[in-house]
Design a protein around this ligand. Structure first.
Ligand code: SAM
Length: 247
């Protein structure tokens, strides 16, 4: 059917793409890509020859108008980002808003997402969570966002770059406590996939000891909860989970 298809693509492992996603990409009139070079590797791997055009933060506005005109004329347009689910810390949202406003059908084609992949394997409670995307790059703003995070049975999920992960962990250690548990999910679905489930000070030490901090990170945080008047500051994630179960 004509319309806008939001197609999730792999976050590392090329096998992580659904049969439906491949069919939609093959049958679309055009694929709007965050980066046509990145997507062409995926398309080449699956021998898909659909024409691509760029759709990124810097041409979002002009492209949206152009793509909406195509969609109104009955085109099938797929949108993909460099990795994972379009619109999640990635371009896509303005086009969806415009398509919905124009009465165009919008179809989600579900698949990989780094935040949910990290959450389900983190060992932290997954019933209730908040996804924050990237923390601000400016230290003051980052610290105030961390300080104002709600405490309680919610798992907080952040995206973080290898350049900033040490600073962010240092902020968490000073704002909460060095023993605050964190989970870091690095290089999900890739060869060097790694989970660090440690007090923040130990996670920081472990990364700082490496010759170079590499890879993409998802950072998960479950904050101490107030029991009566005393605040619980658990030493380990196991204790944090135990404390939660008692409530
Ligand atoms: N749209 C993507 C999704 O659905 O997950 C997210 C795109 S965002 C621009 C990129 C960030 O996602 C990275 O900086 C990292 O925090 C996270 N990420 C993406 N792929 C990852 C992976 N394989 N392992 C760990 N984190 C990843």
């Amino acid at each position: 059917a004509p319309g806008l298809y939001l197609v999730a693509t792999p976050i590392g492992n090329l096998e992580d793409i659904t049969l439906r996603a491949l069919r939609v990409l093959r049958q679309a009139d055009r694929i709007a890509c965050e980066d046509t070079r990145t997507t062409s590797k995926l398309l080449h791997h699956y021998a898909i020859e659909t024409p691509t055009i760029s759709y990124h933060l810097f041409n979002e506005q002009s492209r949206t108008a152009e793509l909406i005109a195509d969609l109104q004329a009955g085109a099938k347009i797929a949108i993909v980002s460099d990795a994972g689910t379009p619109g999640i810390a990635d371009p896509g949202a303005p086009l969806v808003v415009a398509a919905v406003a124009a009465g165009i059908d919008v179809f989600p084609i579900p698949g990989p997402n780094a935040a949910l992949s990290a959450l389900i394997a983190s060992g932290l409670p997954a019933e209730s969570f908040t996804f924050h995307g990237f923390l601000p790059s400016k230290s003051g703003q980052r610290r105030s966002q961390l300080e104002s995070l709600p405490r309680g049975p919610i798992t907080h999920i952040f995206y973080e770059s290898p350049h900033r992960i040490l600073e962010t962990l240092a902020d968490i250690s000073s704002i909460f406590t060095p023993s605050q548990p964190v989970v870091l999910a690095r290089e999900l679905t890739k060869l060097h996939e790694e989970f660090l489930r440690l007090p923040v000070s130990e996670a920081l030490a472990s990364l700082a000891a490496r010759p170079q901090v590499r890879g993409e990170f998802v950072l998960l945080l479950h904050l101490p909860i107030a029991v009566g008047t005393a605040e619980v500051r658990p030493q380990t994630i196991a204790q944090a989970v135990k404390a939660l179960m008692k409530l």
